[in-house]
Every structure is written in C-alpha cells, then in structure tokens.
Design a protein around this ligand. Structure first.
Ligand SMILES: Nc1ncnc2c1ncn2[C@@H]1O[C@H](COP(=O)(O)OP(=O)(O)OP(=O)(O)O)[C@@H](O)[C@H]1O
Ligand SMILES: [Mg+2]
Length: 394
C-alpha cells in the first residue's frame, strides 16, 4: 500500500478519568493498545489499576491471578464507593480469560499480573520466560483484533528491571513504571516507552488510606518540611517535562571512624564524588577527612544534571556551617573545571520557582543572555563558576 494513499487516522484516546494516568499515556488510553506497567512489590500497582477500572466509563474485565475476588472487593471498597461496571475474574489460565472476554465483552482488560497467567500451548510453569512472552503476545493479538485496550501488570526484579524477557517491552505499545520509596507516601508513574506519545511525562500520586490521589502540586510533598539550617539547598529540577523544586540536604562532619564515609540517598554517589573533587580542586575546600552524607528530601531519586548546583551549595553550606539565603533556589550543571553549564528549559524552571514564591534563582551565566523571560519579581543571579557561586552565596 502506498503511504500516500493512506488516510490520516487520528489516534482516538479514551480518558481514564485519572489526570495523571492520562498524562503519562499521552492523553488517554488508545483502543487496541497494550500497556505494561511495572513496579516493585507493594508499591501500589493493583491499587492504581483498580482505581482506573472503577472510574472507567464502560465495562472492565479485571483479571487477577494474585488475589481472590474478595480481596479485590475489599480494596475496591477502600478506594471508591461509586458504582462501576467492573468484572472481576480470579483466573490464571489465559484461554479461560479469553473465553470470559467473549462473555463480558469489556472495553478495557486489566491483567494482574503477567507473571501469574499461563497458556495451554506451553508446558512450562507460569512466570517462566516463554510463558510471559507467549501470554503477552496472545494478549497483544487480542487487543489488536478486538480493538480493546489491555493493561498488564509486570513484576520487577531486585535490580529494578521488568522481570521476564526484554522482548516483553518490544511486544507492548507502552511501558510504564510505577516507582517510589516504600517509606514515603508519594509515587511516580513514568513512561519508559510509548508508541502513542512522548516519554517525558510523569504522573505523581500520593498513597493515602483511600488509594492513590493525584498530586497536582508536587511542591506540597517535596518542600513542605524544608529546614532552614545549614546544609539545605533547593534545586529547580525537571522530572520529565515537569519542573519540580526539591530540597537537597548535606551533612558534612569530621570522620569519627578512620576512613571517611560517603553516602547518598536519591542522588548518584559517583556524581557526588566528582562534585567533591571539583570543590577541592577549584575552590580549595577540603573534604578529605570528612564524612559526607547527601539526601534528596522526600525519597525522590533525581538524575537531572541541573541538580549539581544545589548539591554543591548544600555541601558547602554544611561544611562551612552557613545557611543559604532565604527563598533561594538553584539550577545548573557543574563541569570538571568548576564551570557552570547550561541546563534544559531554564525558563520553565524559573517560572515554577516564581510561582512557588522563590525570590532568587542562581542560573548558569552562559544562559542568561539567551533567556526569554520577564523575570518579574524573581532575581536572576548569574554564575559562571562555582567559585563565584561561593562568593555570591556566603
Ligand atoms: N487498608 C489499607 N489502608 C491503607 N493502605 C493500605 C491498606 N491496605 C493496603 N494498603 C497499602 O497498599 C499497598 C499495596 O498496594 P498494592 O497491593 O496495590 O501493591 P502492588 O504493587 O499491587 O503489590 P504486589 O506487587 O504485591 O501485587 C501496601 O503497601 C499498603 O501500604
Ligand atoms: Mg498487586
């Protein structure tokens, strides 16, 4: 078929009536698509998808190989009291599931989890590589042929990758990851692959007594307990496309036990080692005999290089026991010579900081000229090198 002869068919999406879930999918669920959602045990995958099922406008077949119908009913009562057209099938035999699809005629199918279902065509046990792969392919065919969207839950291995073959990720249209720190209540839904939208979106939820509550203002979670002591700095980061202000905390103290300890939570340890080396070499600050602990508040894990500047500020603030000026945040990547490098979407970060009441932001000097923002009441402090940052801050 000639490409030119194909009429452009717009992607029709159906809303899940969960703003965060729709957002990560690129605007809603695409009929006939198959989505895989992975996450650590107990993170809330079943809760989230049951909520999606309950708020879906139409018939849903929720297949559970992990829990009994009564257990699911209890969860449903906990998260939602409204009437819904959700059918529960506690079944692991895929052929029986397909039969039930013919009876119920759902317009959304949820399978919890892909590791528990098995097909007759193979003799191996559920959860084995071949079973997981074949069951996914069968479900994918079902989705395409009957134009029903299918969402499957997948377990995650200790190392953090989706259990089962990598091929699983190739077969499905969309791969989502549900993550968060078990000891904190917020959860992040991330897109790892999406054939129908960008992979830059994230969804944020707070896990409450009555289920996953979408968080429209992440600031509330990540900054509400911010301290005004030394060692605390705020980074204007980007998570996916969403600007977020997060608190970086550092604790630098004399090493009590011979070898100094270095540890990080939520930030790459090697990156911190690099930043410490740069501070030593370019600013003459010595951390040699110091214990250094770094923590991203709220249990968040950040990878945005623009966090560097706040990490450096927090480290120096703790080392010198000087507090940061109030209502101040930072965005900038630090290079090996101590130079402060440009970051992505600076305007967006500045806008978010302004919206949240910050009064000044430290930004890479190189980017200031290209900036297309009316700073308003925000003071933009341009810094080109970490030595300048030090002089300006303390
Ligand atoms: N009655 C309750 N009130 C508040 N929170 C609860 C209640 N029951 C369970 N939870 C929370 O829900 C979480 C379990 O969520 P869920 O079963 O959706 O996770 P999951 O990712 O599906 O786990 P698994 O991998 O075991 O299937 C638990 O960690 C628990 O903290
Ligand atoms: Mg579950």
């Amino acid at each position: 078929m000639a490409l030119d002869s194909i009429l452009p068919g717009a992607i029709v999406r159906r809303s899940s009536h969960d703003v965060e879930f729709d957002r990560v999918l690129g605007g809603g669920i695409v009929p006939g698509s198959i989505t895989l959602i992975g996450g650590q045990p107990g993170i809330g995958k079943s809760t989230l998808l049951l909520q999606v099922a309950l708020s879906w406008q139409g018939k849903v077949l929720y297949v559970s190989g992990e829990e009994s119908a009564e257990q699911i009913k209890m969860r449903a009562d906990r998260v939602n009291q409204q009437k819904s057209q959700t059918y529960i099938l506690a079944e692991t035999h895929l052929e029986a599931v397909i039969k039930e699809v013919g009876v119920v005629e759902p317009d959304l199918i949820i399978v919890d989890s892909i590791q528990t279902v098995y097909t007759n065509t193979l003799e191996s046990a559920p959860g084995t590589v071949s079973q997981v792969r074949d069951c996914t392919s069968i479900l994918q065919r079902l989705a395409k042929e009957q134009n029903i969207p299918v969402i499957v839950i997948g377990h995650i291995t200790k190392e953090g990758s989706l259990a089962g073959p990598k091929i699983l990720e190739h077969v499905v249209d969309t791969v989502l990851q549900f993550e968060g720190d078990r000891h904190h209540s917020f959860r992040i839904l991330r897109t790892l692959k999406n054939r129908f939208g960008s992979t830059d979106e994230i969804g944020i939820y707070e896990m409450m007594q009555h289920g996953m509550i979408p968080v429209e203002n992440p600031f509330k979670i990540f900054l509400q307990e911010k301290s005004n002591l030394s060692g605390s700095a705020v980074a204007a980061t980007l998570e996916g496309q969403r600007p977020m202000l997060i608190e970086v905390q550092a604790l630098v103290g004399n090493a009590v036990y011979g070898t100094p300890q270095r540890s990080t939570t939520g930030f790459d340890l090697r990156r911190m080692h690099m930043l410490l080396a740069v501070l030593e070499k370019r600013c003459g600050l010595f951390f040699g005999q110091m214990d250094v602990f770094l923590n991203i508040a709220g249990g968040l894990r950040v990878t945005d290089p623009a966090t560097d500047l706040a990490v450096v500020a927090a480290l120096v603030s703790s080392l010198e026991d000087l507090t940061m000026p109030p209502q101040t945040c930072l965005a900038g990547e630090v290079g090996l010579s101590g130079e402060i490098r440009s970051v992505q979407r600076l305007e967006q970060r500045i806008a978010e900081a302004g919206r949240l009441g910050f009064e000044q932001i430290f930004i890479p000097a190189a980017q200031a000229t290209a900036l297309d923002v009316k700073p308003g009441s925000m003071r933009l402090v341009q810094v080109g090198h970490i030595q300048e940052l030090y002089d300006q801050l303390f």
